[in-house]
Design a binder for this molecule. Structure first.
Ligand SMILES: C[S@@+](CC[C@H](N)C(=O)[O-])C[C@H]1O[C@@H](n2cnc3c(N)ncnc32)[C@H](O)[C@@H]1O
Length: 364
């Protein structure tokens, strides 16, 4: 692949294919275009979009990517050799827009063990680029952002095609520590839609659209994403914690989607008290991870009750997308004895150094 002609997308490790597929869809059915994960990298958190359309503003609607980058090149170097190699690349490569930009910055993100910090890369690469241009260094809102992504011994350099990370799309009134990344919420919804059986015929039967539920909504990230991505859907959510319900309603108001959402205080293991049997198309949720409640919660009973409750409200062919934290092995194990669920996808993703399991199940 000619990566010079490709755009590089930075996304959540484990969701590369989902991000690539979304980008592919956004730019339409261009003949010959294809999106592929970065070769040789497991959970790289990057994908390439080949033959990108010239409609970059269209791509900025991507919900599963943090950054869209025009690639400047990549290299492999280990240990102390990495920063000099990046400095050489920054000195030699053509950086579009550098000659005319009034300001620039260098931003680095690293995965892996390195004998240097990201700030060391920013300073050294920034000094090399600064020597090539009259542009001043400006950390906030510069005209040009050069981004360096380091995954172990491989580094990529690119120009960011937008000022801020694309996941910063809400003004949060309520944001507890457990708030899910918007990109992951979007990816979970996209995965659920992918495996929804009889979606077209269901849409005919219910012109009002799909019904999507997050039974453990916390601050409401999945609900906000569902409202934005599925304009015709009925979107419902709830939480056992009244503060979370009040907070997610505040977040929905701040995002301007409150009239689209129905958010209630409920127990996710007794959804039948609120929703009719077979009335829901998609349940998308990340229940407690086991970090805060872990000591008190019997995960085996909780997961079984949650699965039973979801099975009751979902129509046959409907989907459940669930992120299981520390106890992902237990969740996987429990599924073996539950014939009402067919596993469509199961994978491990990465969120800030933890590795939850993402399961997509279909109600048989
Ligand atoms: C990991 S957080 C969800 C985070 C959410 N996706 C967000 O973006 O903020 C899990 C949530 O499940 C809620 N919860 C725990 N047990 C529950 C139950 N039995 N019924 C409903 N919600 C429950 C917790 O109060 C917490 O808000």
């Amino acid at each position: 692949m000619d990566t010079n002609k490709a755009l590089r997308l930075v996304c959540d490790p484990g969701l590369e294919d989902i991000c690539a597929a979304e980008a592919q869809k956004l730019q339409g059915e261009m003949p010959g275009s294809a999106a592929v994960a970065v070769p040789g990298e497991i959970r790289s958190g990057m994908a390439y979009l080949q033959q990108p359309s010239t409609d970059t503003p269209g791509l900025l609607r991507l919900r599963t990517a943090y950054y869209i980058l025009q690639d400047l090149g990549n290299l492999t170097a280990s240990g102390d050799a990495m920063i000099p190699a990046l400095a050489d690349l920054a000195a030699a490569t053509d950086i579009p827009g550098l000659a005319t930009a009034a300001s620039f910055r260098v931003c680095t993100e690293r995965f892996g063990d390195h004998p240097f910090a990201s700030g060391d890369v920013n300073r050294r690469v920034g000094a090399v680029i600064g020597a090539r241009t009259p542009a001043r260094v400006q950390l906030d809102n510069p005209e040009l952002t050069v981004r360096v992504d380091i995954r172990n011994d491989t580094a990529w350099m690119g120009i960011q095609l937008h000022p801020e990370s694309l996941d910063k799309r809400y003004r949060w009134a309520f944001r507890p520590r457990v708030t899910l990344r918007t990109t992951i919420a979007a990816g979970m919804l996209q995965m659920g839609m992918r495996y929804l059986r009889d979606y077209e015929s269901q849409a005919d039967a219910h012109p009002a659209g799909l019904t999507v539920v997050d039974p453990c909504c916390g601050s409401g990230t999945i609900l906000l994403e569902a409202a934005a991505m599925l304009p015709d859907a009925t979107v419902l959510g709830g939480d056992i914690d009244e503060a979370a319900v009040a907070g997610s309603i505040e977040n929905a108001l701040a995002a301007g989607v409150a009239p689209r959402l129905d958010i209630r205080t409920w127990d996710a293991t007794h959804l039948e008290e609120h929703l009719a049997a077979g009335s829901v198309d998609l349940v998308v949720t990340n229940p407690p991870f086991g970090v805060r409640l872990g000591a008190r919660l019997n995960f085996r009973d909780f997961y079984l009750q949650l699965l039973q409750a979801a099975a009751r409200i979902l129509r046959p062919g409907g989907g459940l997308v669930l992120l299981a934290g520390k106890k992902r092995g237990l969740f996987n194990y429990l599924l073996r004895d539950l014939p009402e669920w067919r596993q469509m996808d199961a994978r491990v993703i990465e969120i800030g150094g933890s590795f939850p399991g993402l399961f997509v199940l279909q109600r048989v």
